[in-house]
Write a protein that binds this ligand. Structure first.
Ligand code: NAD
Length: 340
């Protein structure tokens, strides 16, 4: 029987990126579908040698395959993530953050948050300027389109998963920017009457997530708030190094047009080439990619096999275990085969 084939752009990275790429290929072999990875070399030397043309090629390919998996890249003159986000108009970042039983954390509660963050604007698109020597100013930008795209994505996710959406901002103080954000989010919420929607002030939300994490499921926020919340939530979950994200671009009908999946961690130069890299984050990113292409049960198999093994103590040294990148990958691949 012919296995369905999916084409995926694979953006090759620096440091542990090579080992993670091998791990992903091994894992993909365990699936009953064929994943054809089309590589684009985003390693430093190639970026320096080929510059803009390389990014143009990457963008053209991703626009064709619609999905991409990105390995960590060293930041040099530019951040490849920022360049790709801009060139592909990736306006939304979806970052699931959850505690994993067995993974060490200082937080004694369970946390399971889907952070949906507007990836552009806020205070991050304007570096600001000095006014004389003693003052400085920067613009805060909120635009209807990315807020609407993020809100539709968040409410659709809630509809599919029976979850609650919480919007959080400082609308009482930042009346224009955060007021517009809440207004657009409310307009979208009205189209999803069956989805519970709660509104919080962002500062209060931070405290409440720590005190009562079970009350929050999908949190929709502007750019900088998403940045702060993601790191806080990852710190609580003990998983700064094992988180993954989807970077999403939408068409005019607010349907996902392109999606780029990546791990939150960097290139880990200190352990590169030593067979010590933990591939959990890139496996979780790959699981999100499988959901995106409609292979929901395969995505669940990859995610659950990875998390179950971590729970059972099958772990790489960064999580206190003794597995190598290869032996952990082999264990996950074998587990996936049993489940699909
Ligand atoms: P880092 O995440 O690479 O490393 C921080 C620490 O975590 C190191 O001790 C490292 O060994 C460990 N670590 C990270 N990932 C790991 C994994 N998968 N398995 C086991 N241990 C892991 O952060 P850094 O050292 O600040 O950055 C190194 C480079 O990565 C920099 O050039 C930075 O700009 C880049 N970076 C890239 C991305 C990305 O491409 N998405 C993200 C963050 C940092």
């Amino acid at each position: 029987m012919n296995r369905p084939t999916y084409r995926v752009t694979e953006l090759l990275g620096d440091g542990i990126g090579g080992e993670l790429s091998q791990a992903i290929h091994r894992l993909a072999e365990a699936l009953p579908v064929r994943v054809e990875f089309i590589p684009v070399d985003l390693r430093v030397e190639n970026r320096r040698a080929r510059g803009k043309i390389l990014y143009d090629e990457a963008v053209e390919l991703i626009n064709t395959t619609k999905v991409a998996l990105k390995h960590p890249t060293a930041t040099t003159e530019e951040s490849p993530n920022a360049v790709l986000r801009r060139k592909l108009d990736l306006s939304v970042i979806h970052r699931p953050v959850y505690t994993i039983p067995g993974v060490p954390t200082n937080f004694r509660r369970e946390l399971d948050l889907d952070i949906v963050r507007i990836a552009t604007g806020g205070t991050y698109d304007d570096p600001g300027r000095m006014i004389g020597d003693d003052g400085a100013v920067s613009l805060r930008i909120v635009e209807r389109r990315p807020v609407r795209e993020a809100a539709r994505y968040a409410f659709n996710l809630a509809r599919k998963t029976n979850k609650i959406v919480t919007t959080a901002s400082k609308y009482t103080i930042q009346k224009a920017t955060d007021g517009l954000f809440e207004k657009v989010a409310n307009e979208v919420a009205d189209q999803f009457p069956e989805v519970p929607h709660t509104i919080e002030l962002f500062d209060a939300l931070l405290g409440k997530v720590i005190m009562s994490p079970q009350k929050f499921q999908i949190v929709l926020v502007l750019n900088e708030y998403g940045d702060f919340l993601s790191d806080m939530a990852c710190g609580l979950a003990g998983s700064l190094g094992i988180g993954a994200s989807a970077n999403l671009g939408f068409d005019a009908g607010a349907v996902v047009r392109v999606a780029l999946f990546d791990a939150a961690h960097g290139t880990a130069p200190d352990i590169a080439g030593k067979n010590l890299a933990n591939p959990t984050a890139i496996f979780l990113a790959f699981a999100m990619l499988l959901y995106q292409i409609g292979e929901i049960s395969l995505g669940q198999a990859v995610k659950n096999a990875t998390l179950d093994l971590l729970r059972e103590g099958v772990r790489t040294p960064d999580l206190g275990g003794a597995e190598s990148t290869e032996s952990f990958t082999e264990a996950v691949a074998n587990e996936v085969v049993q489940r699909v």
